[in-house]
Every structure is written in C-alpha cells, then in structure tokens.
Design a protein around this ligand. Sequence first.
Ligand code: ATP
Ligand code: MG
Length: 309
Amino acid sequence: MTSAIATTGLTKRFGKRTAVDAIDLDVPDGSVYGFLGPNGSGKTTTIRILLGLAAATAGSVQVLGERIPDGAGTVLPRVGALVDGPAFHPYLSGRDNLVRLDAADRTASPADRRHRIDVALERVGLAAAAGKNYRAYSQGMRQRLGLAAALLRPRELLVLDEPTNGLDPQGTREVRNLVSEVATAGTTVFLSSHLLSEVDQICTHAGIMRSGSLVAQGSIGSLRAALTTRLRIDTRAREDAVDVLRRMGLGDAVADHQGVVGELGSAAAEDVVEELVKSGIPVRQAIVERPGLEELFVALTGEGFDVDE
Ligand SMILES: Nc1ncnc2c1ncn2[C@@H]1O[C@H](COP(=O)(O)OP(=O)(O)OP(=O)(O)O)[C@@H](O)[C@H]1O
Ligand SMILES: [Mg+2]
C-alpha cells in the first residue's frame, strides 16, 4: 500500500520547546486517518508542516509522493486543506469569499465556478447563509465555510485540522457524513481531533499524539487488537475463583468488589468458565470486557485529557 502522507523523524522545535518530536507518520492511500491528541500535543504544528505552511526543524515529509516543501507547488493543488481557515475577507459574503479563493486557483476553470461554489456551499449547509458577510458568521458557520473552501475541487487528499471545531452535534454529524462521502469517492482524508468520539466511527486508521510524540499508529483494527481483553466473573467464591483464573493462565487475576477479573491473554473465556464450574464455583455472570478505542486513547494520552505542557 502506498502512502498519501509519510514522514520520517519529523521534528519541530520552537526555541527550547519540542512541539513535534521525531514522528513517523504513515497515512495509507485511501484511508480516513484520525490524527488524535490532547490540546497542545502538536497536531496543528504537524499539519502546517505537511502543507508547507511551516518549516520542519528536522526530518523528511512526503505528501502524495512528493517531498515537502520542495514539491509543494505541484502537490498542493491536489490537496484540499482546512487549517486555521484560509484568509477569509470579513466584509465579503461567504459566497464571494469562495469566488475569490476559486479565482486564485490557477487550475480551476472559471466556466463552472458558479456551479462549483453552489455545490460546495450546499454540501456544508451554508447555501441559505451564503450571502451574509463573513464577519457576521458564527464560529460554526466560519468552520463550514472553511470546509467548503477545502471541498471546492475534487482532491486526492483532504487535510482537515479539527474540522468539527465550533460545530454543534448536528454540525459534527454532518461533517462526519461529508468525510465519509468524500472518502467513498476515493479521497484520502487526514483529520485531526482532540476528541476521539468525533472521529472514531469514520476512521479506518488513527495516530495518537502525546506531548509531540506519536505514541500509537495503525489501522483501527490493529489498535484495538493491541488492547488486552479482560474476563470478569461475578461470583461470591472469589478466592477460589482467583485460583482457577490464575491456573488457567490469567496471571494477574484479582478479586474486586464485583467478583474477580483477569487479563484473558490466550485462554478462551468458555474454557475458563467451564473450569470454574467444574471446580464447583458458582458463576453468576461472565463478561468478556473488550476495551474500546476510547480507553486506549485515554491510556495513551493520560487521563483527564489535560492540556499537554
Ligand atoms: N508559533 C509557535 N511558537 C511557539 N510555540 C508554538 C507555536 N505553535 C505552537 N507552539 C507550541 O507547540 C505545541 C503544540 O501546539 P499545536 O498547536 O501543534 O498543538 P495541537 O495539538 O494542535 O493543540 P490543539 O488541540 O489545542 O489545537 C504547544 O505547546 C504550543 O504552545
Ligand atoms: Mg491544533
């Protein structure tokens, strides 16, 4: 599988602060890649470098097979981006802002400009508010206009920095649908978020940032597989149950207020339950606990989603 985005040792320092610390991103062609991490973990800084808006301190970057920043001129027209909003003019309407942006794109044919802009406005739900001055837009409307700008032309790659920022739940759902739609049409999507819940349904891959480091990366399936599955047994014969679980290879089995729990490892839950029953232990309930991505995210980024210092 070829990569839409690949970095090696990508590093960005601001003075003594290392905002991005030697990350090796690998965004497969055709994926929807969720770039996750708490506030301040280095997502925007990375994205700005990918788009040639900032220079890396060290490391190399390839986007759609071209080196950045050297190949930015040829590669950027193939990339739609939403980052810090393009420079929208406050006294122009949403529509006229898009006209300006589209006119500045040498590769966009003027003949179908109107149609292109209408479609983009429609897709982000701004058709009705298209004539309003940008200045009078709410944050959610501004975000939508930024998305419309990114979607003006069909692109091979979409890079969206916190596309759901400022949107209400309905808007968030719309962005999710939009991303799925674009991905189905064959565009690779790289989107950042500090909220896993906003992206986990649509992503095929994810990378998790913590304090500038990429602490996990891969397909959603492989990330899930890295999580340990636990077996929880509800029983009043806790001590005996712990013994059986340990004998069955659940080495870390312990009793807690609800019963006993241990990491399943290679043992099959049904075998453990059979063994418990054979040993005369009354099993009221057996639950296989598969932690979700949310737990992985919390485990890797630190609980409480604190701002990274
Ligand atoms: N231009 C800059 N000068 C100095 N420090 C910066 C600059 N830009 C970012 N930083 C620092 O780099 C770190 C990473 O910031 P970045 O904006 O990339 O995080 P983020 O993951 O996008 O956070 P958020 O979720 O809040 O958008 C932060 O500590 C931030 O203060
Ligand atoms: Mg950011």
